[in-house]
Design a protein around this ligand. Structure first.
Ligand code: ADP
Ligand code: MG
Length: 290
């Protein structure tokens, strides 16, 4: 694109809540045929609420929730907010946690009362050497909500179910993207059942669930290797590698700085409708100079 067209496009973008990071960006939007959409915080509000807490036999639900909140107090993940608020609403006491660590797309770990504790994907906890009791494993498999475990001393102690809702305008945004000739694909670190529930409500046929941040990156590079020109939309630290690798990376408004700095376009409007708006603005700007 010429410098003048970019200047005009950048100005129009700013009015509509779209920040363009570089002059190459507009050229990159030409020929995009596939759009990967992160679920949590992009298509859903990311404002989750704590539902059922299911302890294992011999575990007190309030203690398990208190330990989970102790770890999540330090995390920026939407699930963390739900756990901390849920613990406060239920009046449970929250111990101190030391040596906190966040593991993008997996969960968090810390030391509580001398024990190494973790909150996150059940498979992540198992990977840390904790056993997942059969009753909890069955509940994970059957849940339409996002089920995270809390565990310490070699065992998953309780399951916490959190749910969020689809953003207003998400269905319409997906329909518009399809009308623009893009194939939408849902990409999420969340479990298969909650991912498929959201995809079904939005009319998205292709779903990659339970993918790590590296898995999101691999999804982009595999599509590119198959000849697809790929846009990716995300909000989290876990999306940054995929956003950087995509032909066009789009950061959701209200997302993390890591997502914004890895992207070509940053949306300042925190709503799904800004995604097709960005695509049409970029195409219109390119069209004026071709
Ligand atoms: P998405 O790809 O939908 O934005 P993430 O990659 O951020 O989701 O998270 C994937 C999964 O990792 C979550 O569904 C959850 O099971 C787990 N997880 C990540 N961070 C946390 C956390 N702070 N607390 C609990 N679970 C977490
Ligand atoms: Mg996200």
């Amino acid at each position: 694109a010429t410098p003048m067209a970019i200047l005009v496009g950048t100005g129009r973008g700013a009015e509509r809540g779209i920040l363009i990071t570089g002059p190459e960006t507009l050229d990159r939007t030409a020929g995009i045929d596939t759009i990967l959409l992160d679920k949590t915080g992009t298509l859903t509000t990311g404002r989750m609420r704590l539902g059922e807490v299911t302890p294992t036999a011999g575990t007190d639900a309030s203690i398990a929730l208190g330990v989970a909140a102790a770890l999540e107090r330090r995390s920026e993940h939407p699930i963390a907010r739900a756990v901390v608020d849920g613990a406060a609403e239920r009046g449970v006491s929250v111990p101190e946690a030391q040596e906190f660590r966040a593991h993008a797309g997996l969960g968090v770990t810390a030391t509580v009362d001398g024990a190494r504790a973790a909150v996150g994907r059940p498979a992540f906890l198992e990977g840390l050497g904790m056993t997942l009791p059969a009753a909890l494993a069955e509940r994970v498999a059957a849940s339409d909500a996002t089920a995270v475990g809390v565990g310490w001393d070699g065992q998953v102690r309780a399951l916490l179910e959190v749910g969020d809702s689809i953003r207003p305008g998400a269905r319409e945004a997906v329909d518009r993207l399809r009308a623009q000739g893009l194939e939408p694909i849902l990409l999420t670190g969340d479990a298969r059942r909650p991912a498929e529930r959201v995809a079904a409500e939005l009319g998205i046929d292709r779903v990659h669930a339970e993918v790590s941040p590296e898995g999101k990156l691999a999804a982009v590079t595999e599509l590119q290797a198959a000849g697809r020109k790929t846009a990716m939309v995300g909000d989290g630290v876990n999306d940054a590698a995929a956003l950087a690798a995509a032909d066009l990376g789009i950061a959701m408004g209200g997302g993390t700085d890591a997502a914004a700095s890895a992207s070509d376009l940053a949306l300042t409007r925190d709503e799904p409708g800004a995604i097709p708006d960005a695509i049409s603005l970029a195409r219109a700007t390119l069209g004026t100079i071709r």
